[in-house]
Design a protein around this ligand. Sequence first.
Ligand SMILES: C[S@@+](CC[C@H](N)C(=O)[O-])C[C@H]1O[C@@H](n2cnc3c(N)ncnc32)[C@H](O)[C@@H]1O
Length: 280
Amino acid sequence: MSDQSSRILEYLYVNCGVDLRGYRKETLERRLTVRMAATGCVSCGQYIDYLQEHPGECEDFIDALTIKVSGFFRDPPVYEILKNKTFPDLLSARTKQGKSFVSVWSAGCARGQEAYTAAMLLHDLAAKEAPFLTLHIVGTDVDARSLQAAREGRYPAGELAGTEEGFLKRYFVKEGDYYRVVPEIRRMVTFGRHNLTGMNSGGPSEGLFASYDIIFCRNVLIYYNRDRQSRVLKRLAGMLNTGGCLVLGKAESLPRELSTAMPEAYRGTKIYFKRESLCL
Ligand SMILES: C[S@@+](CC[C@H](N)C(=O)[O-])C[C@H]1O[C@@H](n2cnc3c(N)ncnc32)[C@H](O)[C@@H]1O
């Protein structure tokens, strides 16, 4: 199935403009089997024919392939550091530099939880410490359906388990069985489709930023092979402002060639600071 499954990724790349060619084979083949069963196809060739005849299947396939587990304040110790150290330091540095804004990118944002968590924390801090700074958060994902849900910003109560009471009261409104992120926070975040692992993909076109103060890329690259991981991480490092930081997921780390210029700020947190401009 291996060569055949690669043909499907090639098809998606050429016909849907979505480059998932570095995706891990085992996950790819498991998910492909599910879509083939759902569409009644018994071979990859037949599934490619099906994709050609049913353009909507491309989205179904991307939906099935990508893993969208996320949460507000996911990995609380990481958010403790961001809240108490990284974000306050960033706001004060930007103020001292005379800058008017802070830019944050949540790359692989799923249904928006990570982007909104950053928005809430920054909003809370900036109100006290840097009221003149404008806060821009960009959330991107390859999965169009997740982005639609992210823009809605509505979550079942059970998904807010990790959210502090104070944040819940200030930044969400109850709508039946759901909680919706308040408009003030929703307005801070722009969501858009962006394929992080595309060979030539730069930053998202949604934000007007050439570089970012903070880039979250958590639990996205674990599904890709090492070569693709390393390319994407170098590109992200290049798009980070000096003094900014890249936040990865628990099971992810920087390739060796980046780890000297970008040390982990606090052991085990996967928050990496860019100390100087990099020649990559
Ligand atoms: C497991 S979720 C992680 C969500 C969030 N970053 C977190 O840590 O909670 C992975 C997300 O990455 C997205 N993703 C996977 N491959 C991608 C790619 N090549 N470009 C952009 N997003 C991608 C998936 O659609 C999914 O929403």
